[in-house]
Design a protein around this ligand. Sequence first.
Ligand code: ZN
Ligand code: ZN
Length: 303
Amino acid sequence: MKSFRSGAAAAFLCLTICPAGAQAPEPNGAGVRAGTLPRSWHPSGPRCADKPAFEINAYNDDLFILRESGCSNYEKPFLFLLFGKDKALLLDTGAGKTDVAPVVQGVIDGWLRRNGRNAIELIVAHTHAHGDHIAGDADLAKLPRTTVVAPNPGAVQTFFNIHNWPVEASTYDLGQRVLDIIPIPGHEPSSIAIYDRQTAILFTGDTLYPGRLYVHDAAAFASSVQRLVDFSRGKIVAHVLGNHIEQTRTPYLDYAIGTVYQPDEHPLELGRAQLLELNEALKGMSGQIRRMALRDFTIWPEP
Ligand SMILES: [Zn+2]
Ligand SMILES: [Zn+2]
């Protein structure tokens, strides 16, 4: 009991005095708000008829992870819904023909009920502008008290008050929940990463996830990954969460493009170790990005 108390005290000290501590002094959760991720996702199959359009995972009471069914769209993208005291943020809106707005509204209604609230403002932003991340924008824009940030670098820069794109980060406060917004163009010009200080989750979009990391602009991609490494140095990183799973649980083996049913897929969550591994691989290519399979993901230059 004594050692537990001293550990908790050390963690509290670190959170108040040295919030940039790269490591926690004790293996006691590092003072970040914890949550749970499913051991496996089941978004599609073996029978599509049994599957809802979105699988919903409550990471904790204020963070929900939605995964679109592969039966709706093989991309099976993830969407993230974060609640602060004043605002909620939806990160991405799905792929293909998607009826995401009522699903998001349902999660919001449940949160409002549990918190004894009548309404909360909703911000809809995107990890980047590819079609499999913005398909529900028009429907979501019709929800009450909702602002959809247009998926282009200018609008993202203006909304999040980023002065010097892409080299400067900014912060955005949902109400006692501060997010860091980090521009990471390279996969796509308007790509951003978001670091949630409350859960210490780093959301990386399609720039880092267990699958094929499509590199559109090699120089920008390499610079962005280096900036993510620099940004996260000295910070607790509980999980790195991207927006797809294309990797199997077998090292160096992915599912073919277009696979709907993935019964043995890799977990969604990665850690900062994979970010360092990606950065090291890119640096080793000296600007000449080539396809390279690593244990948990593949670097994949676009022609
Ligand atoms: Zn993409
Ligand atoms: Zn994508």
